[in-house]
Design a protein around this ligand. Structure first.
Ligand code: NAD
Length: 495
C-alpha cells in the first residue's frame, strides 16, 4: 500500500525554524540551546525546538501573569471568551489534517488515530465554550439576625501551569487549555520534549483566532528543568499534569512551595475482565483494542486481561491470532494499525518487560521486537500476548506502556474483583459479559475512575476522567474541570 505524503502545510511548518510562544511573540530559548525532535518510525531527525529552562519559564509566567492581572483577558466577557474558543475549535478542525500529520510524524501513530484526536480536540473546545456563560454562583439562605444576603461567585485561579506527555500529544495538550481558558485563566503549557510539534502549531492558531497576548504561552523544554520550573514557580497558581506516577509524585511535592492547586492524571494497570458468558467476538475485539490501540501507550490500557478459566486457553490463543492480523508499520501507511513506540529507550523498556515476564514464568504466545526489513530502523514492537501470568508478577504490577497484554485466569466474580483491585493503580477497568446485573455489580466494586462495559477506550468532553489510588488526583473533563480551574468566593452582605 502507498504511504500518504506529508501534508504540504505540515511540511512547511517543520521546514521553518521553530520557536516558543511567549507573550504573543515567537522567541528562542535564552540559552540558545535546542532539542532534537525525531521520527519514531525511522529514527530520523525531523527538526529542533528551543530548549527552555527556568529563565524562559519565568518569562512565560510573567507574560501569563500580566495577561491575567492587567491585560484584556479578565475584562473579556464570557460570551466573547466563548467566541474565541469556538473560533479556535473551527481553526483546529479546518487544519485537522495538518495537526494529525504533525502528530503522526512526531509520535508515529496511524493517521486514523491522530485525525480522531484532532476532531475530539475541536469538540473539547466547543464543549467548554458552552461553560463560559454558565459559571453560575449560588444564593444561600441565611439564618443570621438582620437581613443578610449570602452568595457565591466562581472566579478563575490565575496562572495555570500545564505539563503533558507524548502518548497523545495534541489531545492531551488541548484538554489542558480548553477548560482553564473557558473560565478566564491564563496558561503556561509545556509539551513533552519528545512531541512538541502539534502544540507549537496550535500557538499559531491561537494567534489567528485572536486570543490576547500572554493568555497562552508555550515553552518547549525537558521535564527536570522546564517542567520542574513550572511546578515549583511561586507565581503559578495551579499545575495540571498528565504523565507517569513517579513524576506526578514530584509535581505534588514541588507544588507545595506555594500550595498550588494540583490535578494529576497518572499511570495505570487496568483490569479488563472477560466472563465466559460474554459475546465472544465482541470480547475478543475489545480485549485487543483495549491494549493495542495507540501501541499500548495509553494510561488506561487494559493491560491485565482477566479471563474466566473455562475459556482462558481458547481466548488467549484466539487473541494471539487476532493480533497477528494487525499491520505494524509507519503511521502514514493507511493500512497500519500499530505504529512504533515513541523512542529507542521506550522500545528497550518494553522488550525488557517481555523478558522479565518470561523469566518469572509467563509464556510468550506472540509478539516481541520487529527486527527485520524497513521497520528495523524504527522503534517497533509487535502486539505481544503473555500467558500464564499471575497478578503478583512484575508484568502484572508495573505499567509497561507498550503493546503487551498479560493473560490472567480467574474462577469467579468474587476472585476477579479481588485480583482486579489488587494494584497500586485505579484508572480504568473493563468488563465483558452479557449478564447485566453482574456487569453493574463488578463495575461498582472496581476501585477505578472509569469502567467500560462491553466497550473500551471511549471518553467524552462531558465525562469526568481520572484515577483512584496512584492513578491520579482530581478529574478532568465535564464540570470536574470547571471546578478544578475556579475558586469559589462566598460573599456576605448586610443589607
Ligand atoms: P513523564 O512523566 O515522563 O513525562 C510527562 C511530562 O512531564 C513531560 O512533559 C515531561 O517533560 C515532564 N516531566 C518529566 N519530569 C518532570 C519533572 N521532574 N518535573 C516536571 N515535569 C516533568 O511521562 P511520559 O513518559 O511522557 O508519558 C507516559 C506516562 O503518562 C504514562 O505513565 C501514562 O500512563 C501517563 N499518562 C496518563 C494519562 C492520564 O490521563 N491518566 C494520559 C496519558 C498518559
Amino acid at each position: 500500500s502507498t504511504v500518504v505524503q506529508l501534508n504540504s502545510k505540515a511540511a512547511q511548518f517543520i521546514s521553518k525554524p521553530l520557536k516558543m510562544f511567549i507573550g504573543g511573540e515567537w522567541i528562542e530559548a535564552q540559552s540558545g540551546k535546542r532539542i532534537e525532535v525525531r521520527n519514531p518510525a525511522d529514527g530520523s531527525l525531523i527538526t529542533t525546538v528551543p530548549e527552555a529552562d527556568k529563565q524562559d519559564v519565568d518569562l512565560a509566567v510573567a507574560a501569563a501573569r500580566k495577561a491575567f492581572e492587567t491585560g484584556p483577558w479578565p475584562a473579556t466577557k464570557p460570551n466573547e471568551r466563548a467566541k474565541l474558543l469556538l473560533k479556535l475549535a473551527d481553526l483546529i478542525e479546518e487544519n485537522g489534517e495538518e495537526m494529525a500529520h504533525l502528530d503522526t510524524l512526531d509520535y508515529g501513530q496511524p493517521l486514523s488515530t491522530t485525525l480522531n484526536f484532532a476532531r475530539a480536540a475541536a469538540d473539547n473546545f466547543r464543549y467548554y465554550a458552552g461553560w463560559t456563560t454558565r459559571l453560575n454562583g449560588e444564593t444561600i439562605p441565611s439564618s443570621q439576625p438582620g437581613n443578610i444576603f449570602n452568595y457565591t461567585r466562581r472566579e478563575p485561579l490565575g496562572v495555570c501551569g500545564a505539563i503533558v506527555p507524548w502518548n497523545a500529544p495534541f489531545m492531551n495538550a488541548m484538554m489542558k487549555l480548553s477548560a482553564p481558558l473557558a473560565v478566564g485563566n491564563t496558561v503556561v503549557i509545556k509539551p513533552s520534549e519528545e512531541t512538541p510539534l502539534s502544540l507549537l502549531r496550535v500557538g499559531e492558531l491561537i494567534q489567528e483566532a485572536g486570543f490576547p497576548n500572554g493568555v497562552v504561552n508555550i515553552v518547549t523544554g525537558y521535564g527536570p528543568t522546564a517542567g520542574e520550573a513550572i511546578a515549583t514557580h511561586l507565581d503559578v497558581d495551579k499545575v495540571a499534569f498528565t504523565g507517569s506516577t513517579a513524576v506526578g509524585k514530584k509535581i505534588l511535592q514541588n507544588s507545595a512551595t506555594n500550595i498550588k492547586k494540583v490535578t494529576l492524571e497518572l499511570g495505570g494497570k487496568s483490569a479488563h475482565i472477560i466472563f465466559a458468558d460474554a459475546d465472544y467476538e465482541l470480547a475478543l475485539q475489545n480485549a485487543a483494542n483495549a491494549v493495542f490501540w495507540n501501541t499500548g501507550q495509553v494510561c488506561f490500557a487494559g493491560s491485565r486481561l482477566f479471563i474466566e478459566d473455562k475459556i482462558y486457553d481458547k481466548f488467549l490463543t484466539d487473541l494471539a491470532d487476532y493480533s497477528k492480523k494487525y499491520k505494524v508499520g509507519n503511521g502514514f501507511d493507511p493500512t497500519t494499525v500499530i505504529g512504533p513506540v515513541i523512542s529507542a529507550k521506550q522500545k528497550e523498556r518494553v522488550l525488557n518487560y517481555i523478558d522479565i515476564g518470561q523469566q518469572e514464568g509467563a509464556e510468550l504466545i506472540v509478539g516481541g521486537e520487529v527486527k527485520e526489513g524497513a521497520l528495523a530502523k524504527g522503534h517497533f514492537v509487535r502486539p505481544t500476548v503473555l500467558a500464564n501470568v499471575n497478578n503478583t508478577m512484575t508484568v502484572a504490577r508495573e505499567e509497561i506502556f507498550g503493546p503487551v497484554v498479560s493473560g490472567i485466569p480467574f474462577k469467579d466474580t468474587e476472585e476477579v474483583i479481588h485480583l482486579a483491585n489488587d494494584t497500586d493503580y485505579g484508572l480504568g477497568g473493563g468488563i465483558c459479559t452479557t449478564n447485566l446485573s453482574k456487569a453493574h455489580k463488578v463495575a461498582h466494586a472496581l476501585k477505578t475512575g472509569n469502567v467500560w462495559i462491553n466497550t473500551y477506550n471511549i471518553t467524552e468532553p462531558g465525562s469526568p476522567f481520572g484515577g483512584y489510588k496512584q492513578s491520579g488526583l482530581g478529574r478532568e473533563n465535564g464540570f470536574a474541570s470547571i471546578d478544578a480551574y475556579t475558586e469559589i468566593k462566598n460573599i456576605w452582605v448586610n443589607i
